[in-house]
Design a protein around this ligand. Structure first.
Ligand code: NI
Length: 199
């Protein structure tokens, strides 16, 4: 008997589900995703239009002339987001006068809870000049897709939810184009050293 593509389909779907399951259950943050972004760097980080923590519309064009250090996450994140934001803030503090050339940007993957006021309070505890961005579910999804960021809500036993998301720090140039990216495990010293070299 010849195996038709239709007969193969359930098998392929099962394999895909297993692969996806391994990725998503690796932890709150999806490790490894983004390792292929260098080959497709030309298209990483296309235009976005979101709302900042003061309620103003912000687009990628507002940041032309400065580097953007971009991280996607959410304020309810229990561990990796706060750690990464602290690393970013500490690294920027080490840059001295060069710091003004970088706009640190935190884009929420949980727009349902991360309203502007929530982001404002959250970011104030890291660095007041961080730009926190949120928006409609559609606007956030489009921004995430542009940066090859994956995120997915999952329900928690207590009735709440968490958002699994890839954890990558992006550096975009003054022209808005992708420059490089960093793993969230990079420490503040290594991040500051690399940024300093590029500024
Ligand atoms: Ni997180």
């Amino acid at each position: 008997m010849i195996r038709t593509p239709a007969a193969l389909l359930p098998y392929l779907l099962a394999v895909a589900a297993v692969v996806a399951g391994v990725l998503w259950h690796a932890g709150d943050h999806v490790a490894g995703i983004g390792r292929n972004i260098e080959s497709g760097s030309a298209s990483v980080g296309s235009p976005f239009s979101l709302i900042d923590q003061s309620g103003s519309v912000r687009t990628d064009k507002d940041f032309r002339g400065r580097f953007m250090l971009v991280y996607f996450g959410y304020s309810y994140c229990p561990d990796v987001c706060p750690t990464t934001l602290a690393v970013m803030a500490n690294a920027l503090d080490k840059l001295g006068t060069k710091r003004a050339r970088i706009a640190p940007i935190f884009i929420s993957v949980d727009p349902e809870r991360d309203r502007p006021k929530v982001l404002k309070d959250y970011l104030n505890s890291f660095a007041p000049d961080f730009v926190g961005l949120t928006g409609s579910a559609k606007a956030v999804s489009e921004a995430a897709r542009a940066y090859r960021v994956y995120f997915k809500k999952h329900n928690l036993p207590n009735g709440g939810y968490a958002v699994d998301h890839s954890s990558i720090i992006y550096l975009m140039g003054p022209d808005g184009h992708f420059v490089t990216y960093y793993e969230e495990t990079i420490g503040p010293d290594a991040l500051a050293a690399d940024l300093s070299k590029r500024l």
